[in-house]
Design a protein around this ligand. Structure first.
Ligand code: GDP
Length: 206
């Protein structure tokens, strides 16, 4: 997929106020500092579409971007940042769960995982939550430039083994580096293929 246009639409903390156009939507979520803003900028060929975080935990909103005027990219707040208070964590959880449980257009969530780390309970629990709610998800491993190819292979394999303890099949996954611009085509082509499938299903139904 070529990015012809990418523009910010709206930020809010209320799923009811999210854009109403019935376009397929892909949500990006992960721990604070995982490299989500950098990834969104890399995917869309924009330097500042998503704000890279000087202050993690600050961007506590559902941010909609429209891509090529035919799908929404959603930048969700980072989770698991230790310095956020318990009360604001609760509030955060509520509007995020509202988003996941009510957003009709949501096609898929991409869970971002720093490729350097061992599987973390918070990420695994989040994927379990998505599974329980029957929300399809994929994994995007970030910061691949920080490891050598052998270590990438080892860590991805370890992650897959961990997932297979809970899941019958592996989700689609992608290895990316925003600094080295790795994985852009794979992620965008996956989204494009999924959008085409949805379009075909719609045509068959009408
Ligand atoms: P966010 O909090 O998840 O949105 O993360 P950011 O995109 O703000 O990135 C957090 C930190 O990781 C920043 O210092 C980025 O420069 C760095 N970072 C993000 N992506 C990459 C990457 O692909 N490679 C490397 N080496 N650093 C990255």
């Amino acid at each position: 997929m070529d990015i012809k246009s990418a523009a910010f639409v709206i930020s809010n903390s209320d799923v009811a106020k999210c854009p109403q156009r019935p376009l397929p939507e892909y949500a990006f979520i992960g721990r604070s500092n995982v490299g989500k803003s950098s990834l969104i900028n890399m995917l869309t060929n924009r330097k500042h579409l998503a704000k890279t975080s000087g202050r993690p935990g600050k961007t506590q909103l559902i941010n909609h971007f429209i891509i090529n005027d035919n799908w929404f990219l959603v930048d969700l707040p980072g989770y698991g940042y230790a310095r956020v208070s318990k009360a604001s964590k609760k509030k955060f959880q509520k509007f995020i769960t509202n988003y996941f449980e009510q957003r009709q257009q949501l096609v898929m969530a991409f869970v971002l995982i720093d490729i350097r780390h061992k599987p973390q309970p918070i990420d695994l629990e989040f994927m379990t939550y998505l599974g329980l709610k029957e929300i399809p998800f994929g994994i995007i491993f970030t910061k691949a430039d920080k490891l050598k190819p052998k270590a990438i292979e080892r860590n991805v394999e370890a992650y897959c083994q961990e997932l297979l303890k809970t899941w019958e099949a592996l989700p689609p996954y992608f290895i990316t580096s925003s600094t080295k611009r790795v994985g852009q085509e794979e992620v965008l082509d996956f989204i494009e293929a999924t959008n085409q499938e949805i379009e075909q299903l719609r045509k068959q139904e009408s």
